[in-house]
Design a protein around this ligand. Structure first.
Ligand code: GTP
Ligand code: MG
Length: 526
């Protein structure tokens, strides 16, 4: 079932920070196989869902559909739908063609009619951005269209034979890495878009390019599988050259391995032209490219295997945004468990007792939502002002912990000029939807990754306790924040236990939570 109506959905809001680069080469430790998806899904329908022309990142306006005409909506029963649902984030260097590919997907799946495309062609031409018309499907605000750069994470939906997808179109520009982090943290799989155009692959891949930073962040944030699309294969400097394709794949493989991806199991490469729509919905036309015998993008997406999540696990939904609409609505990705109408839950860290009075998936009301769904949950028992992004909707029994300090294993990527990483180092912590100032208060142990000595509290001989560490080091340290944050040990709950540290807009470290204070305490005892 396809629609071509547009509904308004909020862009994700983060104040853009000036970002620079990193050149991270995390080892296997960022890997985990616990990332997964839901097979449960309760609605169908491909609906282009944009913040139509929304220029700022204000909290979501209630849409007509979600709001006043609520009663007219059909409540979709869980038994009706068998298609699985996956969130797919489009990542990669600026101008690689992420929005163009996303727009093309919507066009190929029949959600954008020719008239709209013609309108975008004209608008793009008027802005002297002729070739951007496909990207205009995803880039909906004026600033994005003028500059030809995505700022907010664009959202849209489409379906293949077996799967419903939510596309999250991340910005590639280094200034908007925090927005990219927000998009990637909601995704199960990623489409890494790489431009094959002469010079463009090189700029994206070299130090300072976002290809590297995005891959590393995606891995840290839980993007379990990557589809690497080598894009712009139609471009005059490429002309579907197999040599160019092989060159890029050859350079990407070792880098992806060093970022923690198991290339054989978790990564798939394919050539496309996002602008022309080649090798996307249908297999490669041999008259365009004779050497590609592999699948097209829709096939790869449709068949991608992602481990199942446990729908019976405890409820964990990091809150990304909230608004008022005849009640308090919170939005986020349900990382674990199932939410049903009528459930009593906690909003953590304040242990606010709330009741679920409505659930919607992509503007459709449902009675329950399973893990990996992007949901909007209407709550009673709490005011919108009492909720902040980063709070977690949690089951009452076995609720998520809230702490002001934790121990983490950190991999230092690249510190700012002359900085040393030592006790007293301050940075911005990004962990699920939390963004919080933090301070490193103690370096506990430097880890020798060659020996792969993962941190074992029972280990008799601890590693060396360093005074400071340098770029590339892996170190266990204690981190403090001023406000209570809801986190989990990575080994218990990877989605709520991995994070990045950023300083002055640059990712300086990636890490995982290895220990938290005992239940009932917010701090470790002295
Ligand atoms: P950011 O959002 O700023 O990170 O960029 P993006 O990755 O979304 O790139 P976008 O889709 O805006 O495209 C950038 C430019 O590349 C536009 O001029 C597109 O027309 C062009 N482009 C994208 N895909 C293709 C392609 O397959 N072939 C050719 N020839 N050009 C492409
Ligand atoms: Mg874009």
């Amino acid at each position: 079932m396809e629609h071509n109506e547009q509904a308004d959905a909020p862009p994700f809001s983060h104040a853009p920070l000036p970002a620079e680069q990193d050149d991270g080469a995390a080892d296997d430790w960022t890997r985990d196989d616990a990332d997964s998806m839901a097979v449960d899904s309760y609605h169908s329908g491909a609906l282009a869902e944009h913040a139509a022309e929304a220029v700022d990142a204000a909290p979501p306006a209630p849409s007509a559909e979600a709001g006043t005409h609520e009663d007219a909506q059909m409540v979709v029963d869980e038994e009706e739908e068998t298609k699985r649902h996956l969130n797919v984030v489009f990542i990669g260097h600026v101008d690689a063609g992420k929005s163009t590919a996303g727009g093309q997907i919507l066009f190929l799946s029949g959600q954008v009619d020719d008239r709209t495309i013609q309108k975008y062609e004209k608008e793009a031409k008027d802005k002297s951005r002729e070739s951007w018309y496909m990207a205009y499907i995803m880039d909906t605000n004026e600033e994005e269209r003028l500059k030809g750069k995505t700022v907010e994470v664009g959202r849209a939906h489409f379906e293949t034979e077996n799967t419903r997808f939510t596309i999250l179109d991340a910005p590639g520009h280094k200034s908007y890495v925090p927005n990219m982090i927000s998009g990637a943290s909601q995704a199960d799989i990623g489409v890494l878009v790489i431009s094959a155009r002469k010079g463009e692959f090189e700029t994206g891949y070299e130090r300072g390019g976002q290809t590297r930073e995005h891959v590393l962040l995606a891995k840290t944030l839980g993007v379990a599988k990557l589809i690497v699309v080598i894009n712009k294969m139609d471009e005059p400097t490429v002309q579907w050259s197999k040599e160019r394709y092989d060159e890029i794949e050859g350079k990407m493989v070792p880098f992806l391995k060093s970022s923690g991806y198991n290339v054989k199991k978790d990564v798939q490469f394919l050539p496309i032209s996002g602008l022309c729509g080649t090798n996307m919905k249908t297999r490669m036309d041999k008259s365009i490219c004779s050497w590609w015998d592999g699948p097209c993008l829709f096939e790869v997406l449709d068949h991608i295997e992602v481990p199942l999540r446990d729908p019976n696990g405890p409820v964990r939904m990091p809150i990304i945004d909230k608004y008022k609409d005849m009640g308090t609505i919170v939005m986020g990705k349900l990382e674990s468990g199932t939410i049903r109408e009528g459930d009593s839950l906690f909003v953590m860290p304040n242990k606010s007792n709330v009741k679920v009075i409505g659930i919607s998936l992509d503007e459709k009301k449902v009675r329950r939502a399973g893990p990996a769904e992007n949901v909007r949950v209407k709550l009673s028992g709490i005011e919108e002002e009492d909720i902040m992004a980063g709070f977690v909707l949690s089951s009452i029994a076995n609720h998520v912990g809230a702490f002001t300090e934790f121990n983490a294993q950190l991999q230092i990527l690249e510190l700012l000029d002359n900085a040393i990483f030592t006790a007293g180092y301050k940075a911005v912590l990004h962990i699920h939807s939390v963004v919080e100032e933090c301070e490193i208060v103690d370096l506990i142990e430097e880890v020798d990754m060659k020996k792969k000595n993962e941190i074992d509290p029972k280990k008799k001989k601890p590693g060396r306790k360093p005074l400071f560490v340098k770029n590339g080091a892996v170190v266990v340290c204690r981190i403090q924040v001023n406000n209570l944050i809801c986190i989990e040990k990575f080994s218990d709950f990877p989605q709520l236990g991995r994070f990045t540290l950023r300083t002055e807009g640059k990712t300086v470290a990636v890490g995982k939570v290895v220990d938290v204070p005992p239940i009932g305490s917010t701090k470790f005892s002295a």
